[in-house]
Design a protein around this ligand. Structure first.
Ligand code: MV4
Length: 453
């Protein structure tokens, strides 16, 4: 059993992990940068170790210092949260080598899923439907062109080492292909030191639907249903919900089983997410797997009653899953609005500074996962997300009303501070949103902006 766990993260997720540890009776150690001295996780954890300057390269990504902090505090395990080192296979391996448990999947699974072509191939072999396209990275331009014509235009070029929208290029017609392919390869080489490119049929305006997986180290794997994550801007999700309005019970059961089969094929354990795209005809295809806990995990927690962070900790301790697929029931509807300190009027420029007045919403069915407090200064060095507002109600319409109510009573004020709360309220008035007719381009439509991919 763990006596003490180190959290290699900051902000709301560090706090979220502290809550789980406290409830499990495990001591917490948080690492922090010079910019986070006055942060809530530092105040709330049992121990805090300063690991470096504000720049994350030298602090939250500084493997040597984090492992040293774990050793001097005698931590049994490390929870990486999301971002930073969460999907760094070398870090997971180094934890293992130092006798510290990495609270997450095996490094082999992180590595396999980090290579997007390999991930696709493994999933295809496991019987998971994947987007039509190549199974191998393509080296030769002429061969790539031949394959693209076979797939049929438009096609999308993706970097094997990319993911999450990085290193993608849409090619609408044959004339653009060769130039686009060479450019994609050069860009991938420069960005990831890995120029391997694969080709997929481009799906127009799909939905983004993902399945939450939970598996222990004894081969027990379940899914916790799906999340609809289509509302995004430049590959940053801004609102997510569970369940998706696009799936019926039958399709949900099928997709859940498909995802579990895929995870089983790679010997997965811990929490993980299988990402799918659904085209306008309702066809669903696997695109990527995220081998970490995700920002939007609370919507799944709200409709299933499962504490995903606690489960990750118990699984890492070697415990058997204390629930079976039949035990998982979906109750009501949950929506998460990510509150970022950005100015929607100034092209989403991040804002920083001191919060002088704060009122967080409350009441039935309202959850706020946030590290901010009145008097807190938002540092300029990190992700601009300062709160997640999550609401639950018995159905989608009621959840939307509750979210509107909660957004209206959320006040975050200080000199220069702007948030995207007004944008969330605008989304809640959109007819397509209200109908559940979501897609990855809907937010651009609402904003009146245009993004190719
Ligand atoms: C696609 C696609 C259309 N067709 N692949 C973007 C993030 C990365 N995980 C995969 N992405 C996409 N892949 C094919 N074959 C459209 C997207 C995409 C997208 C996907 C999910 C959520 C938001 C998105 C926004 C633009 C494009």
């Amino acid at each position: 059993m763990f006596k003490r766990v180190l959290i290699a993260n900051r902000g709301e997720i560090a706090l979220r992990i502290i809550y789980a540890l406290k409830e499990l009776g495990i001591e917490s150690v948080v690492v922090y940068s010079e910019a986070d001295e006055n942060s809530l996780p530092v105040m709330m954890a049992d121990y805090a170790v300063k690991i470096g300057p504000p720049n994350p390269i030298n602090s939250y990504l500084n493997i040597k210092n984090i492992l040293a902090a774990a050793e001097i505090t005698n931590a049994d395990a490390i929870h990486p949260g999301y971002g930073f080192l969460a999907e760094n296979a070398e870090f997971a391996e180094m934890c293992r080598d130092h006798g510290i448990t990495f609270i997450g999947p095996p490094p082999e699974a992180i590595r396999a899923m980090g290579d997007k072509v390999r991930a696709k191939k493994l999933m295809k072999e496991a019987g998971v439907p994947v987007v039509p396209g190549t199974d191998e990275p393509i080296e030769d331009v002429d061969e790539a062109f031949r394959i693209a014509k076979e797939i049929g235009f438009p096609v999308i070029l993706k970097a094997a080492a990319g993911g999450g929208g990085r290193g993608m290029r849409l090619v609408r017609d044959e004339k653009q292909f060769r130039t686009a392919f060479q450019a994609a390869r050069a860009e991938a080489e420069a960005a990831f030191k890995d120029g391997r490119i694969y080709i997929e049929k481009y799906l127009e305006d799909p939905r983004h639907i993902e399945i939450q997986i939970l598996g222990d180290q004894h081969g027990n794997l379940i899914h916790l249903g799906e999340r609809e994550c289509s509302l995004q801007r430049r590959h940053q999700k801004i609102m997510e919900e569970a369940l998706s309005p696009a799936l019926d019970e039958e399709k949900r059961k099928w997709l859940g089983e498909v995802a579990v089969r895929g995870a089983r094929a790679i010997g997965y354990h811990s929490a993980g997410t299988m990402e799918f795209l659904m085209d306008r005809d309702g066809n669903i295809y696997f695109i990527e797997m995220n081998t970490r806990v995700q920002v939007e995990h609370p919507v799944t927690e709200m409709i299933t009653g499962v504490d995903i962070i606690k489960q990750m900790i118990l699984i890492a301790q070697g415990e058997k899953l204390n629930m079976k697929q039949e035990d998982i029931e979906f109750r009501g509807h949950a929506i998460e609005a990510r509150i970022t300190a950005e100015d929607p009027e100034r092209n989403f420029t991040p804002t920083a500074g001191k919060i002088e007045f704060l009122h967080k919403p409350g009441g039935p069915g309202v959850r706020v996962d946030s590290h901010i407090y009145a008097g807190y200064t938002i540092p300029p060095y990190y992700d601009s997300m300062i709160a997640k507002l999550i609401v639950w109600d018995e159905n989608r319409d009621k959840a939307i009303r509750r979210l509107r109510r909660a957004l209206e009573e959320f006040y975050i004020e200080g000199p220069g501070i702007k948030t995207i709360i007004p944008l969330h309220l605008k989304i809640l008035e959109n007819e397509r949103f209200l109908k559940g007719d979501l897609s990855t381009h809907l937010l651009d439509e609402i904003l009146g902006t245009f993004e190719e991919v």
